[in-house]
Design a protein around this ligand. Sequence first.
Ligand code: GDP
Ligand code: MN
Length: 351
Amino acid sequence: MNLLEHEAKSILSQFAIPRPRGEVVRPGDAAPISPIVLKSQVHTGGRGKLGGVRVVPNGDTALIMSELFALMIKDELPRTLLAEELLDIDQEYYLSLMIDRSLGSVEVVAHREGGIEVEAHESSEFFRHELTPTLTSVVGDILADYLDLSEKSFALQDLLTRLYQCFVESDALLLEINPLVLTKSGQLVAGDCKMTLDDDAGFRHPEWQFEAEERDANFITLDPDGTVATIANGAGLAMATVDAIHAAGFTPANFLDVGGGATVEGMVANFEKIGKFPKVTAIVINIFGGIVRCDTVAEAILAAREKVPGLPNLYIRLSGTNSDEAAQLLSVQGMTLYANLDEVLAGVRHG
Ligand code: GDP
Ligand code: MN
């Protein structure tokens, strides 16, 4: 189970691991007062690069709050934001604890240059060391040398001791602090925190009450700058539809298998998701109604046309269960159906 940053940081607080002061903000809450950093609380990393971390030195936090609540980060809209005091950053390091399965122990991984570009480093460049309760002082000392922070040796030893305790008592699989910030006043603070807990240990953690990750395995973003979106049913038909769009020279934006249990509300939510892709100009709907009923899909299309502003053009092929009723519903609204996918794609080409 992956935790949100604010959930992980509240665990850090329980172990007295230094983190910035902060509060969780929900839609409709009063805007916190600047200067602050506002951070989108989603389960995926890399928010900084995608605009999900906004430093607000002064001015309109209410506006930035509403922008962040509307900003989708890798298919996820935040339900909360974390508002934190600004850090006066001198250096950003990478520090994490994870399970080394070959050693059967905990491993510390670190890098001198942390922050949003950490993935650019070769894996051989990272500091790695086994961590046990008796090793925290020694490893803290070597780590201080590696980070060019010899004057912070005691602080790092103390930090590793607390992180190790936090990791083990929390039944964590990963505890990653990136960046570990050295402030201009010389404090080491967890600027960000990502934690993965071992689901199998849930039985001994009644306190684990975290926001569930809404993972929609059936909606996959293929290209955020794609031009043609897809809605299909059945993984095979959905893949074939994506392939056909690509073969016709367009850039598919997404893969979506609405499955057999498509409801009007669920379908409208999918249209809303697609509506957030900035370059999509056409939505190809390719449904073969077996369990899913074509008239349900038609109702969803009509609802989406009302509810989703600026909905791209729709190119629809519906066949199978209740397709005549669907064609009837759509024709009343002046929409026509295509007989097959080739004709759909010809329609997309002619705009
Ligand atoms: P991530 O991109 O999802 O890993 O989000 P982070 O929380 O790690 O933030 C990304 C980057 O934003 C950090 O590496 C910092 O450079 C910057 N940042 C985050 N918090 C602060 C802050 O309080 N002050 C300043 N100046 N920069 C910050
Ligand atoms: Mn980070």
